[in-house]
Design a binder for this molecule. Structure first.
Ligand SMILES: CC(=O)SCCNC(=O)CCNC(=O)[C@H](O)C(C)(C)COP(=O)(O)OP(=O)(O)OC[C@H]1O[C@@H](n2cnc3c(N)ncnc32)[C@H](O)[C@@H]1OP(=O)(O)O
Ligand SMILES: O=C([O-])CC(=O)C(=O)O
Length: 379
């Protein structure tokens, strides 16, 4: 005898994974899968990646307009002045085991920064902007220091004379890399910055909707981004490419994966069904880096995988597919790939948190019960 609720009792439509559900409006970005377009505050992401610094894009996402020169100078100055980790934050970082995933370190450090902020619960627009920009300025210092200690190296202090991308790369590698690498890295940061109601942004909005603080919302977003179906895919892509090792092996590897009904990381998307708007720009950046370093092995694997995957399933690469090998060629440890995504997405997350806070409604969907019918306790 069935002890579950009868289907006739509740027959609501279930939107599993909230697929296709429009939850709210947003003025931050617009994704149009039909035309394969993505705009931040009305500007095409391809134009922003080609022409703007990450600092300009961060400003745009937060304030709704691109900065004038004096606005940018002031904004950049504020970021440069807020890059350092204080002693107690350095101590917390040092106490996290270097055996854990780097995303766990980033999540812990953002949570810790909240404990240090005497104004943690302030919800005014100015206070939220201050917190957002504090996290944006300090995240590169955390990610670089964590990567270096895992290599047995001391941290490198932020360099106030350098822009955002150059400073981060210098804190990682001890010198400013070639402009080709800097520019490709910066493009990846622009492309990763924002993507409407993706899972991590939605997590941040859910936390914000309860009246909680920005650090808590970002901590939740980091947890959501870590998963391999979301931001963690950029790391999984590189592990797969290393496993494949040679372009000639890619087709067999992929066919075996698909035969086993396994997901191939870096392919597919909940919203885009005909390719990710950001991939062509990031693919070009990957080619530029590979040409510059004269190292085309990963590009060979990339092309083989894409050709076989699209030919067999019609499923196309998402942004994590080109960023994985691009970050590997730039010299980052694989565990740092998703933390780098955090460094960029902190801008989009906090723009959404601010938007949610300004026009809030508690996010609390319904569920259809599928457990046992009401019954007496055992005698
Ligand atoms: C920055 C980002 O977060 S981009 C996304 C990064 N994530 C990844 O790269 C992980 C791999 N991709 C996936 O798992 C999926 O494409 C997702 C989760 C991103 C989106 O998936 P959804 O919209 O939920 O679609 P879903 O997973 O139901 O897939 C629909 C069908 O396509 C197949 N499919 C989708 N993506 C893939 C993939 N990467 N490999 C193999 N098959 C896939 C599914 O198996 C499913 O097939 P079925 O209908 O025969 O069961
Ligand atoms: O939009 C999504 O679902 C995932 C994604 O591409 C992103 O967050 O950049």
């Amino acid at each position: 005898m069935s002890t579950t609720s009868s289907a006739a009792e509740s027959t609501p439509t279930i939107y599993k994974g909230l697929a296709g559900v429009v939850v709210d409006t947003t003025a931050v970005s617009k994704v149009v899968p039909e035309t394969n377009s993505l705009t931040y505050r009305g500007y095409a992401v391809q134009d922003l990646a080609a022409n703007c610094s990450f600092e300009q894009v961060a400003y745009l996402l937060w304030y709704g307009e691109l900065p004038t020169d004096p606005q940018l100078a002031q904004f950049v100055q504020r970021e440069r002045a807020a890059r350092r980790l204080d002693r107690s934050a350095q101590a917390v970082l040092a106490r996290t085991p270097d055996t854990c995933h780097p995303m766990d370190v980033v999540r812990t450090m953002i949570s810790y920064l909240g404990t240090e902020d005497p104004d943690e619960d302030a919800t005014g627009a100015d206070a939220l902007m201050e917190k957002a920009q504090r996290m944006y300025a300090i995240l590169p210092t955390i990610v670089a220091a964590d990567m270096r200690r895992r290599r047995g190296l001391d941290p490198i202090a932020p360099h106030h004379g350098l822009g955002y991308a150059e400073n981060f790369l210098t804190m990682c590698f001890g010198e400013v890399p070639d402009p080709v690498i800097v520019r490709a890295f910066e493009k990846s940061m622009v492309l990763y910055a924002e993507h409407s109601f993706n899972a991590s942004t939605f997590a941040a909005r859910v936390v914000t909707s309860t009246g909680s603080d920005m650090y808590s919302a970002v901590t939740a977003a980091i947890g959501a981004l870590k998963g391999s179906l979301h931001g963690g895919a950029n790391e999984a892509v590189m592990y797969d490419m290393i496993d494949i090792d040679r372009p000639e092996r890619a087709a067999d590897w992929l066919n075996a994966k698909l035969d086993a009904k396994e997901k191939v990381m870096g392919f597919g998307h909940r919203v885009y069904k005909n390719g990710d708007s950001r991939v062509p720009t990031m693919y070009d950046a990957l080619v530029e880096v590979a040409d510059h370093l004269d190292d085309h092995k990963w590009l060979g694997i990339y092309r083989e995988l894409e050709q076989v995957m699209v030919g067999r399933t019609g499923i196309r690469p998402n942004l994590d597919f080109p960023t994985g090998p691009a970050y590997h060629l730039m010299g980052f440890d694989i565990g740092a790939f998703t933390p780098i995504f955090v460094m960029s997405r902190i801008t989009g997350w906090t723009a959404h948190i601010t938007e949610q806070a300004a026009s809030n409604a508690l996010i609390r969907p319904l569920s259809a019960y599928s457990g046992p019918q009401q019954r007496p306790l055992p005698a």
